[in-house]
Design a protein around this ligand. Structure first.
Ligand code: GDP
Ligand code: MG
Length: 306
């Protein structure tokens, strides 16, 4: 929508409404009454649009969503557009009651018509000062943000092919949801691990926390680091057998980088124990394909994090 479209609708509906309404008055009084209806309807319709923009743009974001939104749209511009709408609403309110009063005291239809037209003119020039593009982008992007539940959460990190998805699948019994993540072509995978008393959300982050963060551009880094607002609990997975295609040293560097950037509470798991068990210091060493091993891991991480 732009200002002109809002005005077109407002004036069109005002005209329609004034001719549809049955007015008992006769002669000049009838036309004066019609001008009152026009003023009222045009104002109400314009206000309806303006208030909808304010309502949409005032949607309260979580810290995580705020961080992502900052990378997606020009947030200060959106806020300025909202402030401007609010200030113009105030002026419009005052103008409306002034002009309404003047029409009520008009002696003949020519006079009421002029007052109504003057109001239309003022309303047009005020509304034409408004822009809604940043608000509209905000609303559009809001729908694309990943839907993450506010509950105990663990984020899974580690190089590709180390077994992140395998752990998630085995631990959450294959019921996985997906959510798009800005600046990555991949999706977040969300699973839930239950024990007798509680449930935790597990988020696998392909394309996100699976490569050095430093090498990415600054907007992408910001989007990746936003993950820390979801949770500080990181399950770092590594594959010491190196069948994933990444040297153990590289994997340990990624772990170090995540530790520095996230200051997380971390739990370190090594996978592919069945392929090759390497002498490396970790919190738990498993075969991610073994139900038994993953059950053991689940108990350990529940105790470690919560
Ligand atoms: N033998 C064995 N294969 C594993 C283990 N963990 C993962 N894999 C296999 O390694 C490959 C990559 O695992 P995946 O979970 O997709 O890695 P991701 O990229 O970190 O999500 C898949 O073929 C898995 O089946 C493990 O502990 N043992
Ligand atoms: Mg995966």
């Amino acid at each position: 929508m732009d200002a002109q479209q809002i005005l077109d609708i407002a004036f069109r509906e005002a005209k329609k409404m004034s001719s549809k309404t049955t007015i008992r008055k006769k002669g000049e009084a009838k036309y004066i009454e019609m001008d009152l209806i026009k003023l009222d309807v045009a104002y109400a319709i314009a206000m309806g649009y303006l208030n909808t923009y304010i309502k949409q743009a005032s949607y309260e974001l979580t810290d995580f969503e705020k961080e992502l939104m900052d990378t997606l749209i020009d947030v200060p511009k959106k806020n300025k557009q909202i402030e401007k709408i609010k200030s113009i609403i105030k002026i419009l309110k005052k103008l409306k009651s002034e002009h309404e009063m003047k029409i009520k005291y008009a002696d003949h239809k020519k006079q009421s018509n002029e007052i109504r037209a003057a109001f239309y003119g003022r309303m047009s020039s005020l509304i034409k000062k408004l822009k809604f593009d940043a608000i509209e982008s905000f609303t559009a992007e809001l729908g694309t943000l990943p839907q993450i539940k506010k509950m105990d959460t663990i984020i899974i990190a580690g190089y590709p092919n180390v077994g992140k998805s395998q752990v998630l699948k085995t631990m959450s019994g294959h019921k996985i949801q997906t959510a798009a993540y800005p600046f990555t072509t991949k999706e977040l995978l969300i699973g839930f691990a239950k024990n007798r008393y509680s449930e935790v959300q597990l988020i696998d982050t392909p394309g996100i926390l699976d490569r050095p963060i430093e090498k990415r551009n600054s907007i992408e880094q910001k989007a990746l680091l936003a993950m820390k607002y979801i949770s500080k609990n990181i399950l770092f997975i590594m594959d010491p057998s190196e069948t994933c295609g990444y040297a153990l040293k590289e994997q340990l560097n990624l772990k170090k980088e995540i530790e520095e950037k996230f200051k997380p509470k971390m739990f370190i798991v090594a996978t592919k124990k069945d392929i090759q068990e390497v002498d490396v210091k970790v919190d738990c060493y498993i075969n991610a394909k073994s139900r038994e091993d993953v059950d053991k891991l689940r108990l350990l991480i529940m105790k470690h994090f919560f």
